[in-house]
Design a protein around this ligand. Structure first.
Ligand code: DGT
Ligand code: CA
Ligand code: CA
Ligand code: ZN
Length: 601
């Protein structure tokens, strides 16, 4: 088990304890442990393997939790979790997926009203029975009714790309340990970098079925530690179900078909439909085994045993239909075929292009690290500049900064930059390794305006404006709040512009077209927040911003050092939006970025 998975188990335990109404102290212990584990740089497995160390050396991990971690690392079930799961009705898990319904409220609904499904919850709201519960009221009831649909939608139950990626990496590593695996790639929506992933798709090159190689591959696949059940095992296809209800499909093909299979199972369906149409126009047929001339009665099964003319690489498949290779992130049947045909496929932005990270928090508000430690971590990651953007005072929960605390932090940043310049002089470099920008994430207030005055903001280098409160306001009001911030010359960028949390909370209602237009005319940037739960703007909105000439900023919104490594999640969404380095402001050198800002004001 990875740290993230162990943290997930502790979170689940905390939720279940809370649902059962257990001791608040005990619940908090599990939540704290989850946070500690999530924020660790080293793996718990590594710490445990080190004879000189103990799991109990970490804050909040006592001997009881250490034993539980060991059990999880051994891949054994946790009795406590299993008991808790049995003690909590299955419907409770569904109810807790309704945005705004935590374990406590879910418990009241189950116990007081006997709610046993999302449908029952919907009916109870419609009948006005929920508002009578203690602590609920008519407004809460209306909100629940609105959010039940969100929880019911299967689109909101898919894995986050980040979680799918962790699993994919483990699967690939496991499968590469099999002697009969010549090559393996993961395909499907994971390879396209989709924000959420339904199931995982693996494509393996191996020898013939007669040689016994395919059986070896399948046996090895079935021995992956997370496999709960084998759903299907055929000649070339196998599907398994993993813990956490994740399906993985595996295809085994020969080398001559590997590219064709990878292309076919990468999808998307929409993209592949266009490709097949182009093939037909050329008297060809494409399937997962390769590209074949259309002859009478050709089928996929007969194709399996023939050697295709083109199919060893994806490039061959695309070339056969007169196209250059298309990056997987673009394969959604949107603009990519036209671009490919006209020879103007974009050179997509990559993680290596990123020079700065312009949204992050320190322990001055809800981050975990000091300013100096975030800066050191940024240097270790090769960043040239960062902006420290703690919360403004409106976010009281996070101990947001008022003007005097902010100005003190900015003085501290001045001193840090001076130290970095001094270091550069000592090392004989012209420029410091890192420049830290004086920033803040101000809140666009419910009634309009910002939570810090302009006289303060104009002394900063990089002001992010975000909307954290009043997200249920009507469209006009939310749009007005954001447009007002965009018009404010101190605001550089709108943070997570739609506020959505994938699988948890829908976007607030905002006229994104108006926001994009205003951003374009003022030279305000829009953020692609790289947090895997946010990915906000999403690919579709980011593409719309690109077309309008708005520059995007890809930021991690890191609250810890590990958080800085999420940049790649934002970059992959930017790639799906067809963004090139030139569309992304934080690929610029700091000098060019500053010039760009000055020119738009
Ligand atoms: P997901 O798993 O829902 O996140 O999305 P995908 O795109 O990974 O879809 P999946 O796993 O059903 O199939 C992987 C790819 O394989 C899909 O993008 C296109 C191809 N594919 C699968 N089944 C079919 C099919 O019945 N017809 C066609 N044309 N393509 C298919
Ligand atoms: Ca899939
Ligand atoms: Ca699949
Ligand atoms: Zn933030």
């Amino acid at each position: 088990m990875t740290n993230a998975e162990i943290a997930g188990v502790f979170e689940e335990i905390a939720d279940l304890l809370e649902f059962k109404g257990e001791n608040a102290f005990r619940i908090r212990a599990y939540r704290n442990a989850a946070r500690t584990v999530e924020g660790m740089v080293e793996s718990l497995a590594g710490v445990r393997a080190d004879a000189g160390r103990k799991l109990t050396e970490f804050d909040g991990i006592g001997s009881d939790l250490a034993t539980k971690i060991e059990t999880l690392l051994d891949g054994l079930p946790l009795k406590m979790l299993e008991d808790l799961r049995k003690a909590v009705p299955a419907s409770a898990f569904d109810i807790m997926r309704v945005p705004g319904l935590g374990p406590k409220k879910a418990r009241l609904l189950v116990e007081q009203l006997g709610i046993d499904s999302l449908d029952a919850l919907e009916a109870a709201c419609q009948a006005g029975r929920v508002r009578s519960l203690k602590g609920f009221g008519g407004k809460t009831e209306a909100a629940i009714l609105e959010n039940v649909g969100f929880a019911k939608n299967p689109e909101n139950r898919r894995m986050l790309w980040y979680d799918a990626d962790l699993l994919v990496q483990r699967l690939l590593e496991h499968m590469r340990g099999c002697a009969a695996v010549v090559r393996i790639e993961a395909a499907g929506s994971w390879r396209r970098g989709k924000q959420t992933v339904g199931d995982l798709d693996l494509v393996v090159e191996s020898g013939t079925p007669q040689s016994g190689d395919v059986a070896m591959v399948m046996d090895h696949f079935g021995a992956f530690p997370d496999v709960q059940s084998v759903m299907l095992r055929g000649d070339t296809k196998m599907s398994v179900r993993l813990t956490g209800d994740v399906q993985v499909d595996l295809r085994v093909v020969r080398g001559a078909s590997f590219g064709a299979a990878l292309q076919y199972f990468t999808g998307s369906k929409e993209h592949n439909v266009v490709l097949r149409g182009r093939a037909r126009d050329r008297g060809l047929s494409i399937n997962e085994y390769g590209v074949f001339p259309i002859t009478d009665g050709e089928t996929a099964t007969s194709a399996r045993d023939r050697t295709p003319e083109h199919g060893a690489t994806e490039e061959e498949v695309y070339a056969a239909v007169g196209l250059p290779w298309i990056p997987p992130e673009l394969r959604e049947g949107r603009e990519e075929i036209e671009w490919a045909e006209e020879g103007r496929l974009p050179t997509l932005v990559s993680v290596e292009d990123i020079r700065g990270d312009l949204h992050m928090h320190t322990h001055a508000t809800d981050g975990e690290e000091s300013l100096a430690d975030m800066a050191a971590a940024a240097i270790a990651r090769g960043l040239e500049y960062i902006a420290i953007t703690d919360h403004g005072q409106r976010v009281r929960m996070a101990h947001g900064l008022d003007a005097s605390r902010l100005l003190r932090q900015w003085e501290e940043i001045d001193r840090l930059n001076e130290k970095l310049r001094e270091q550069a002089r000592e090392e004989g470099r012209k420029t410091p390794r890192l420049v830290v920008l004086k920033g803040i994430e101000v809140d666009m207030l419910e009634k309009g305006g910002l939570d810090l005055p302009d006289e303060v903001l104009e002394q900063g280098d990089w002001i992010v404006a975000s909307l954290h409160y009043g997200q249920n306001q009507p469209r006009e009001q939310i749009t007005k709040r954001i447009l007002e911030a965009i018009e404010n010359p101190n605001i550089r960028v709108i943070g997570h512009p739609t506020g959505r949390l994938i699988n948890r909370r829908p976007a607030y209602d905002v006229d994104m077209e108006a926001v994009i237009d205003a951003a374009a005319s003022t030279g305000t940037f829009l953020e692609i927040n790289a947090n895997p739960m946010r990915l906000d703007l999403d690919d579709v909105h980011a593409a719309a911003a690109r077309r309008a000439g708005v520059k995007l900023v890809i930021s991690t919104d890191a609250h810890s050092i590990q958080g800085l490594d999420l940049m790649r999640c934002g970059v992959i969404q930017a790639r799906r939006a067809g963004l090139q380095a030139a569309d992304v402001a934080n690929t610029l050198t700091l000098k060019s970025l500053q010039k760009l800002i000055a020119s738009s004001r």
